[in-house]
Write a protein that binds this ligand. Structure first.
Ligand code: MLC
Ligand code: AMP
Length: 492
């Protein structure tokens, strides 16, 4: 049994989750996850790292499935409910999943895949049925989860973490941010990325605290939950703070006072997954008296750097390495740089992932010979605290906290019959961080962008769809023929 699940036995009578207006105790969570493990095992003694995918919105059932897979010895592969079928099919095939557990809303959507890739789609109800089984002993070095993340390759890669990695990712944050069993957090983030899965949900459950799910972000609902006074912690991406500030700006002054007063009572509010613009931090402080704690992380490493819980939180900075995280900044020749010199972050430690699923070459390329994980993020040590300066690749876009590969969008766009060539970039944007934007070289004179957007939506989730287009006869290129994306950005 994994530590996260084992610890829950200490909190049986406490509320673990609030989902769809219902409260669920740790006892109920343990019971449901054991039923699920037994149903997955079907008499076998161990799932032996079988990949079990699940398409279930953030809810009690989501967590019970994740724990059930772990208790049975499987690898949890959470899917994104915003993804169209081709994106889901790619993940299921790449992960070589045999079954996908689906919420009733998605059974019909996934069914065609049974014939296409031979996967079995299992409804939630049947997997939740009461059942008992001996559960296997799980060594903490075994694989536990695969999260798909975009990168400098066209298709997303599966990031494999072990039980020990996940435990390290959780305990680092529980200690650094002083989680306690009386904490109460709202989860508004998708549960196929570390921010929601680890920082919010799993840290709460490790601590015996309560995690309430709001399956879809809605500024009005979030403010009303803050107003209720039940939250002690809140964590989100910068875009969400931007949207909460916009909502606050639209309500009457008396209501603003009520909301501000309620928000000021939380013990901690955290921002991460993308750079927190200083004006957003300042405005949030002005309206709530809260100085957002900004931290830096990545699917492959969990959280790496954090401003201090009790000490200094400097705007525009991400603080210092978390306990247990080793970090160095290196130049392009892989030499460690000094203070005030920019370099690339490299990370070591127990929270760093095991491998990219079935991609030994990509895994090898991601680490230095002496075992440092190469993040691709550029930063600098400035007056004792680290600052992120950007990324080494223009092909990676961060929008709304989602990491997006420009190459993936270009590959899809080039398949459109009206597109001869194209290049995708991220343009700076106050609200989204960056906005996906595409330059198209058309096959014929006229281009119907609505048509192209509609077509793209069948292949890609909404957050990967370009919001700006320009049309050119050719793409800007350097003497080697490579598209100069920094030049291209200026053309928008
Ligand atoms: C959605 N829209 C966008 C967009 N996403 N427009 C531009 N850029 C984007 N990226 C548009 C939609 O098409 C729609 O437009 C409108 O915005 C509302 O869409 P929505 O889907 O309802 O958006 P919303 O729910 O408001 O989404 C915003 C969000 C979401 C911030 C809640 O993006 C989100 O959940 N982000 C979090 C991602 C995350 O968890 N990342 C962590 C990765 S882990 P229209 O015109 O149709 O109305 C990681 C490691 C670490 O990074 O350090 O944590
Ligand atoms: P993901 O692959 O979705 O986990 O995204 C990880 C990436 O998000 C990192 O490599 C960074 O580029 C970015 N990121 C996370 N936190 C921050 C932050 N506080 N400031 C700037 N970038 C961040």
């Amino acid at each position: 049994m994994t530590q996260l699940i084992e610890r829950a036995k200490n909190f049986k009578g406490r509320t673990a989750l609030v989902s769809h207006g219902n409260s669920y105790s740790y006892r109920q969570l343990l019971q449901a996850s054991q039923n699920i493990a037994a149903n997955l095992l079907e008499g076998k003694s161990d799932l032996n790292e079988a990949r079990i995918a699940f398409l279930v919105p953030p809810s009690f059932e989501y967590t019970a499935i994740q724990w059930g897979i772990w208790a049975g010895g499987g690898i949890a592969v959470p899917l994104c409910d915003l993804h169209p079928l081709p994106s889901i099919q790619y993940v299921l095939e790449d992960a070589q999943a045999d079954i996908v557990i689906a919420h009733a809303d998605y059974v019909g959507f996934l069914k065609p895949l049974e014939a296409i890739i031979g996967i079995s789609v299992v409804g939630l109800e049947s997997i939740l049925e009461e059942s008992t089984s001996e559960l296997p002993e799980i060594d903490s070095a075994r694989r536990a989860m695969i999260l798909y993340t975009s990168g400098t390759t066209s298709k997303p890669k599966g990031v494999v973490t072990t039980h020990a990695n996940i435990e390290a990712q959780i305990t680092t944050l529980v200690n650094a941010w002083e989680w306690e069993k009386d904490d109460y957090i709202l989860n508004i983030l998708p549960l196929h990325h570390v921010h929601g899965i680890i920082n919010v949900m799993s840290c709460a459950l490790w601590s015996g605290a309560c995690c309430e799910f709001l399956p879809k972000f809605d500024a009005e609902k979030v403010w009303s939950i803050i107003e209720s006074g039940r939250l002690t912690l809140f964590m989100a991406v910068p875009t969400i703070y931007y949207k909460l500030i916009s909502y606050w700006g639209e309500v009457l002054p008396e209501q603003q006072k009520v909301l501000s007063e309620a928000a000021s009572k939380l013990r901690l509010m955290v921002s991460g997954s993308a750079a927190l613009p200083v004006p957003v931090l300042e405005k949030w402080k002005e309206i709530t008296s809260q100085t957002l704690l900004e931290r830096y992380g990545m699917t492959e490493i969990g959280m790496g750097l954090s401003n201090s819980y009790r000490g200094q939180r400097r705007p525009g900075h991400v603080g210092l390495p978390l306990p247990g995280v080793e970090m160095q900044l290196v130049d392009s020749d892989n030499y460690v740089v000094g203070e005030n010199e920019p370099g690339e972050f490299q990370i070591k430690g127990p929270s760093v992932f095991k491998e990219y699923w079935r991609k030994p070459e990509a895994t090898q390329k991601a680490f230095t010979e002496d075992g440092w994980f190469i993040t691709g993020d550029i930063g600098v040590l400035n007056n004792g605290l680290y600052k992120i300066l950007g990324r080494d690749s223009v092909d990676i876009i961060k929008s709304g906290g989602y990491k997006i590969s420009a190459l993936e969008i270009e590959d899809v766009l080039r398949k459109h019959e009206l597109v001869d060539d194209c290049a995708v970039v991220g343009l700076p944007d106050e609200e989204w961080g960056e906005v996906v934007s595409a330059c198209i070289v058309p096959k014929k004179e006229e281009l119907d962008f609505e048509l192209i957007t509609g077509w793209l939506k069948e292949q890609l989730p909404a957050y990967k769809i370009p919001r700006n287009y320009i049309v050119r006869k050719e793409l800007p290129r350097n003497v080697l023929g490579k598209v100069t994306k920094n030049e291209l950005k200026k053309m928008f």
